[in-house]
Write a protein that binds this ligand. Structure first.
Ligand code: HAM
Length: 421
């Protein structure tokens, strides 16, 4: 027998039963995005390697260790996209989107690739949905963008289980001042720091604050804080963002060590984390990137965005036992005897046309087995079409939520299931 071929480590099959949850989540995302006037953008799965090297930064973990890059037959270095902000910006510049409107508001959902060590919530192919708001430097834009994710969490009923951590990394001038201060603070112990941090001491000392190495962490515990070195305009921006978040009653925690692992951030940087996730606790990350568009050959255009790991968000839903609420039938039509099947065939078509998701038994099984199936499919209602009911044009309607069951006309049952009764 030939060997069975296995899927590649760190990738997942999303199977029936799961796909329904993904689709339901996508519907929530689409609805919230539409309400806030964000349009979907779909960019290619692969891009020139240079886009990420320049956009995300040569010295980041993503670019230096995790990219799936290869040369195509024409000798061009190509990379399976490890993130979507640089591709969106590339597309914004290439397609002159700034000519259409002064603010470009786009969202996306798609697969990304990073060669990381797989573990719970960390995969080599994973999905992100995200949003980018391009073209406005004002703090209300930060809050519009962050608030968008908050709306999705609220719509899913999980905002209580997620914490917004926020920081400001200031503008370039503030960061330059702080880099000097931080280097002076770290210099005496430089020799004891991890190899990566020693390298970053020169290239990007801010990233040392993000180091997972316990020795580095201890050394930076009492490091000066970036927020204390913000210049006046950076400080004003940050303060306004926090005030606007409070006015929307979006709770946040200030985290003055939060610097994020990608190089393009300026001013606002944030993460949404959840302790139900374990080690990989970030369900969403983002921030302002006022220099990226220029860096990639466009104009001086400010922007802000975020991206959320789809699998991680679904893990949060699972842990909170909320994922069941994403799926489920409106109605399972149970048929106790074969004589009712012709009536059932017509009824179920009528209900599906009315917009209900309905299923019925195609195995001619016992009523008990059909009730089990209705449970398995998480049906909100079971309709039982018994012989006597069929004769007088009525059905038994059982609410699976309350367990209440009563006989009623077919029309009344339909109204009830549609929530119109
Ligand atoms: P990021 O922090 O690299 O940011 O990723 C955002 C989110 O993607 C993470 O918080 C996590 O939920 C998910 N994620 C990242 N890596 C993995 C993985 N290996 N497996 C599963 N999930 C993962 C960015 O990608 C930025 N482009 C976000 C952004 C948009 N900033 C501005 N606009």
């Amino acid at each position: 027998m030939p060997d069975k071929i296995q899927r590649i480590k760190g990738t997942n099959d999303i199977l029936p039963g799961e796909t329904e949850k993904w689709q339901a989540l996508e519907r929530v995302i689409q609805t919230v995005m539409m309400r806030s006037a964000y349009s979907e953008i779909r960019t290619p799965i692969f891009e020139k390697t240079e886009l990420f090297a320049r956009g995300v930064g040569e010295d980041t973990d993503i670019v230096s260790k995790e990219m799936y890059s290869f040369e195509d037959k024409g000798g061009t270095s190509i990379t399976l996209r490890p993130e979507l902000t640089a591709p969106v910006v590339r597309s914004y510049i290439q397609n002159n989107l700034q000519q259409i409107a002064p603010t470009t508001k786009v969202w996306y959902h798609g697969p990304l690739f990073r060669q990381e060590r797989p573990q719970k919530g960390r995969y080599r192919q994973f999905y992100q949905f995200g949003a980018e708001t391009i073209g406005s430097p004002f703090p209300e834009t930060d809050v519009e963008t962050i608030g968008l994710y908050w709306e999705i969490l609220t719509e899913l009923g999980i905002s209580d289980a997620v914490v917004l951590k926020i920081n400001s990394v200031g503008d370039e001038a503030s960061r330059e001042t702080y880099r000097q201060v931080l280097r002076e603070f770290l210099r005496p112990n430089l020799g004891e720091m991890s190899e990566t941090s020693q390298r970053r001491f020169e290239t990007n000392p801010l990233r040392i604050l993000d180091s997972k190495d316990p020795g580095d962490k201890a050394m930076t515990d009492h490091a000066p804080k970036l927020v204390d070195y913000l210049n006046e305009s950076s400080e004003r921006h940050y303060k306004s963002v926090l005030e606007l978040l409070s006015s929307l009653e979006i709770p946040y925690e200030q985290d003055d060590r939060l610097v994020r692992g990608l190089d393009y951030y300026t001013h606002t940087a944030f993460e949404f984390t959840s302790d139900v996730l374990g080690a990989q606790d970030a369900v969403c990350g983002g921030g302002r990137y006022d220099g990226l568009i220029e860096e990639l050959g466009g104009g001086k255009v400010p922007a802000i965005g975020w991206a959320s790991g789809t699998e991680r968000l679904l893990l949060v839903m699972e842990a909170l036992e909320k994922s069941q609420s994403l799926t489920g039938l409106d109605c399972y039509l149970a048929i106790p005897g074969d004589e009712q099947r012709p009536t059932a065939t017509t009824l179920i078509r009528e209900w599906r046309r009315a917009g209900l998701s309905c299923d019925t038994d195609l195995q001619r099984r016992s009523l008990k087995a059909q009730m089990r199936e209705a449970n398995r499919q998480n049906a909100r209602f079971v309709v039982i079409l018994g012989e006597s009911e069929r004769k007088n044009g009525s059905v038994q309607l059982k609410s699976m939520e309350t367990g209440a069951q009563s006989e009623m006309s077919i029309a009344a049952a339909l109204k009830m299931m549609l929530g119109q009764a």
